[in-house]
Design a protein around this ligand. Structure first.
Ligand SMILES: Cc1cc2nc3c(=O)[nH]c(=O)nc-3n(C[C@H](O)[C@H](O)[C@H](O)COP(=O)(O)O)c2cc1C
Length: 329
């Protein structure tokens, strides 16, 4: 049984979604500085990549990122168990299994959203993962795929996977269409069914249920929590407009800590950026995640434009960030 870890249950009141190519380690450090409490997820890493690939590159993270969860993709119980044990050794606070990603590449490996069709296999996978490490194992899923009837399949999926020991789920409240829609369209076109996620929570009061999909503000997150859900996961809005989603999160969602100021946080990022540059990294690798830091505020366009035009140049350093900040002052 994967124990419901009470610290992580609390952290999971708000989370930033796993997003390929977006929530890399630099993005997560920036988000962590904006909010001390919010749970952060890695991009999905496949179990075979964890086992056979460059682990430090795939799994390495900065100690400041805690609480941080790794998301694994796969459908082979033994491989997932091995990847879970390796991830736990790296120090992740949670291992999440991806049962929601519809991309072609993922389908070809028979994992991601297609696993909504195989709850018994998912149960087997999570049972092996739980046995492989003391770290909490969680699942991120859809409400169904293709012509499945969500009101039938989601309760069955949750029942089977929770019987195998998972106590915390994040449900992206729309179906995925595995044929005919691109991954991007699959994040917008299938209609949202928040009521079904609330129904799952009412029917399973002992499970920790987070809702995901189309939630763009802290107000909307607070509303979901007030209606009885345990957590809210925010994806695109947290990436594109991180200050609005994260700067007040510690006070409003967790009742502790004070609001952060994005100008100050950008300044606080400078030592981290300098270390990255001195290790041979490029400025743009960090600052590309910070372009939306001032969305909607005076000077935001100048900030974004200055960084977009200059941060990719050879030898660009923190003076580029300082110059971009001038637009805000
Ligand atoms: C660029 C991008 C990459 C994503 N990659 C993943 C991923 O690796 N794993 C996953 O479970 N979901 C992935 N998603 C889906 C998000 O985690 C989330 O479920 C989805 O964007 C809906 O939430 P939102 O409306 O708050 O953005 C991705 C979404 C985006 C926009």
């Amino acid at each position: 049984m994967s124990e419901l870890n009470s610290d992580m249950s609390q952290s999971a009141r708000l989370s930033v979604a796993p997003m390929m190519d977006w929530t890399d380690r630099h993005c997560r450090v920036f988000h962590r500085m904006l909010s001390q409490q919010t749970l952060l997820y890695t991009e999905m890493v496949t179990a075979p990549a964890v086992i056979h690939g460059d682990r430090d590159r795939l799994l390495g993270f900065d100690a400041v990122e805690h609480p941080v969860a790794v998301q694994l993709g796969g459908s082979d119980p033994k491989q997932l168990a091995e990847a879970t044990a390796i991830s736990a050794d790296y120090g992740y606070d949670e291992v999440n299994l991806n049962c929601g990603c519809p991309s072609d590449r993922v389908q070809s490996g028979a994992f991601g959203a297609i696993l909504m069709k195989s709850p018994d296999l998912v149960a087997e996978c999570v049972a092996e993962m739980i046995a492989a490490s003391p770290v909490e194992v969680t699942v991120k899923c859809r409400i169904g795929v293709d012509d499945q009837e969500p009101h039938d399949v989601l309760p069955e999926f949750i029942a089977k996977v929770s019987a195998a020991g998972v106590k915390r789920f994040t449900i992206h409240a729309r179906k995925a269409w595995l044929q005919g829609l691109s991954p991007k369209e699959n994040r917008d076109i299938p209609p949202l069914d928040y009521d079904l996620v609330h129904q799952i929570k009412r029917d399973n009061p002992d499970l920790h249920i987070s809702i995901n999909g189309g939630i763009a503000t802290l107000d909307a997150a607070e509303e979901q929590l007030a209606q009885g859900l345990d957590g809210v996961m925010i994806g695109r809005a947290a990436y594109h407009n991180p200050a609005d989603v994260l700067c007040q999160a510690d006070r409003r969602i967790y009742g502790q800590g004070t609001d952060t100021d994005p100008v100050q946080i950008v300044r606080d990022m400078l030592p981290y950026i300098e270390t990255h540059l001195s290790n041979g990294g490029r400025l743009h690798q960090v600052t590309r995640h910070m372009l939306g830091a001032f969305m909607g505020r005076p000077g935001a366009r100048g900030w974004r434009r200055h960084l977009s035009e200059n941060a990719t140049r050879d030898g660009a350093g923190i003076e580029t960030v300082e110059a971009a900040l001038e637009y805000l002052l």
